[in-house]
Ligand binder design. Structure first.
Ligand SMILES: *[C@@H]1O[C@H](CO)[C@@H](O)[C@H](O)[C@H]1NC(C)=O
Ligand SMILES: *[C@@H]1O[C@H](CO)[C@@H](O)[C@H](O)[C@H]1NC(C)=O
Ligand SMILES: *[C@@H]1O[C@H](CO)[C@@H](O)[C@H](O)[C@H]1NC(C)=O
Ligand SMILES: *[C@@H]1O[C@H](CO)[C@@H](O)[C@H](O)[C@H]1NC(C)=O
Ligand SMILES: *[C@@H]1O[C@H](CO)[C@@H](O)[C@H](O)[C@H]1NC(C)=O
Ligand SMILES: *[C@@H]1O[C@H](CO)[C@@H](O)[C@H](O)[C@H]1NC(C)=O
Ligand SMILES: *[C@@H]1O[C@H](CO)[C@@H](O)[C@H](O)[C@H]1NC(C)=O
Ligand SMILES: *[C@@H]1O[C@H](CO)[C@@H](O)[C@H](O)[C@H]1NC(C)=O
Length: 449
């Protein structure tokens, strides 16, 4: 209620500000960019025959074969270089029905133009990890320093990760632990749109935004087998202003992970699973100072995932995870539906407890319903030195997937609840008078979310 009320009174102002914030950069830039085409229009109109050719580049015209066998990397680079040096809006087309084999490639800005890559066909990676010998093992398609890039087209980007997976130390512990490529990375990009694409079988993470600003990712399908190691769906790092919406993510690791100094993250209408759920962190590894601030996940369906909504931090780090809301979440067969873990430790050696930790505060879980695959449906394992503050649970209803019971476990967790909360919150010092007035029986699991 607290938040709902605040929202409704602020809606008008927020929408107004949003419009200004979203539209302002376009206004100034469009004026600058539209001048050229306007001046050229009469001329190309008189010339008559090929009005599209300057605005739409086909990779085939740059030598791409699109047969899945020839190396189409240079054609992509040449088309990009041409598009980048022009002004106005330029499209680069990867036509449907064709498969473009692209080797590891750096695609850089800054460009005079605003480029749209229309991928209607398929872009595939080389299958053999040996291709990366001598190259950065973490990159395949690497975009950096590009402003106003849009990628769309309904096509596929296939990382052909099978051989990478079988060489992973998570699949076979006799293998050495090595990095594998993120299929698509956007680094230091601004005003980026990625939509209407299928990402398949990445070598490791599927898509990462690192040090970007103003990103919208939508209508994506991200698909890899549940066993594929570290194949996160969408990874958000040091990025401010990201919207991820209307997408389906089924992979072997986090559907969405949000780390290191990211803020203003909005996630809406996501279907996730199998995978490891929606994860904030890990934060504070190797004594780092890190923050994640202002995240809203509104509308998510989590299915057969290992975790549901998770915040994980290492002992010994510092910084904070704050202003985070998870709202309208439906879960089915999720092993750890709600979990805050300030003792996260993903190393071979056990991690010692430390006197510092990443502060976790102002975290809300509102309308979270569904089934838990384990007994421990809610876990708040907070640190002694930096307990979790201002946790808030409203209308949380998690029942066992296969009968039995569910419980919540707390350590160093402070907060409040409203409405029905089941299993009941275990905050220290919480007065559960209100909660006892409402019985869980009056709620159905799949109450509309
Ligand atoms: C593919 O083409 C790119 C760009 O010309 C080149 O750097 C790369 O070495 C080529 N790879 C192979 C295996 O031919
Ligand atoms: C995705 O792209 C395809 C091919 O261009 C198009 O037909 C379809 O309408 C697009 N879908 C969305 C949701 O934009
Ligand atoms: C793991 O890798 C080792 C060495 O490459 C190999 O001998 C072994 O058969 C592999 N095990 C499995 C289960 O694939
Ligand atoms: C939610 O996302 C799915 C794709 O996963 C899409 O088909 C559906 O239209 C979206 N719903 C809304 C209300 O946008
Ligand atoms: C996060 O911000 C802190 C403080 O500004 C900085 O020291 C740290 O390097 C940043 N980390 C990343 C991954 O950007
Ligand atoms: C529940 O999820 C686990 C993965 O976490 C999966 O192995 C199992 O098959 C799922 N059960 C059902 C009934 O879908
Ligand atoms: C807590 O977070 C919510 C959004 O999740 C925000 O509206 C509110 O102002 C925050 N409270 C404080 C004390 O920062
Ligand atoms: C760290 O502290 C927690 C909470 O006090 C305790 O449960 C845990 O056993 C400690 N771990 C180690 C390795 O000392």
């Amino acid at each position: 209620m607290r938040i709902l009320r605040a929202c409704s009174s602020l809606t008008f102002v927020t929408v107004f500000i949003l419009i200004i914030v979203l539209v302002a950069p376009y206004l100034t830039c469009t004026q600058g960019f539209e001048f050229n085409p306007l001046i050229q229009l009469p001329r190309s109109g008189l010339a008559g025959t090929r009005p599209r050719s300057k605005r739409i580049l086909f990779v085939g015209d740059f030598g791409a074969k699109g047969d899945g066998l020839h190396n189409d990397t240079m054609a992509f680079q040449d088309a990009w270089r041409t598009a980048c040096s022009r002004s106005g809006r330029i499209k680069i087309e990867f036509p449907s029905g064709k498969t473009f084999l692209v080797y590891p490639v750096d695609i850089g800005g800054s460009c005079r133009s605003k480029i749209t890559l229309r991928i209607s066909g398929t872009i595939v990676a080389p299958e053999d990890p040996e291709v990366w010998r001598g190259l950065n093992p973490r990159k395949w398609l690497y975009f950096h320093g590009v402003n106003y890039l849009t990628i769309e087209g309904g096509g596929k980007i296939n990382g052909m990760g099978q051989e990478w997976w079988s060489r992973s130390c998570k699949i076979n512990s006799t293998n050495p632990c090595r990095h594998a490529p993120t299929a698509i990375t956007f680094h230091k990009c601004k005003n980026l749109k990625v939509r209407n694409l299928t990402l398949l079988n990445s070598q490791q993470m599927h898509m990462a935004f690192t040090s970007c600003m103003r990103v919208v990712a939508s209508h994506l399908e991200v698909l890899a087998p549940a066993f594929s190691p570290n194949t996160d769906g969408i990874h958000i790092s040091a990025t401010r202003g990201v919207e991820v919406k209307n997408s389906l993510i089924r992979t072997g690791d986090d559907c969405i992970s949000i780390v290191s100094n990211s803020s203003l993250v909005r996630i809406r209408n996501i279907s996730c699973g199998p995978g490891h759920g929606i994860s904030i962190g890990s934060l504070g590894k190797s004594r780092k100072w890190e923050k994640v601030l202002d995240v809203m996940v509104i509308g998510a369906y989590l299915y057969n995932t290992q975790n549901g909504l998770r915040i994980k931090t290492w002992q010994g780090g510092s910084g904070f995870a704050s202003k985070i809301t998870f709202q309208n979440i439906l879960m089915e067969n999720v092993s750890h539906p709600i979990i805050i873990d300030q003792y996260y430790c993903d190393s071979k050696h056990p991690c010692k407890n430390q006197t510092s930790a990443v502060q976790v505060d102002n975290i809300s879980f509102i309308h979270v319903k569904g089934t838990s695959a384990t007994e421990e449906a809610i876990k708040f394992a907070c640190s002694d030195a930096f307990p979790c503050e201002d946790l808030y649970l409203e209308d949380v209803f998690l029942v066992p997937c296969f009968g039995g019971r569910v419980r919540s476990d707390c350590w160093g967790a402070h907060g409040s609840t409203q409405g029905l909360v089941y299993p009941s919150a275990c905050f220290t010092g919480f007065d559960d008078f209100l909660r006892q007035k409402v019985g869980p029986e009056s709620y159905s699991v799949f109450h509309s979310i």
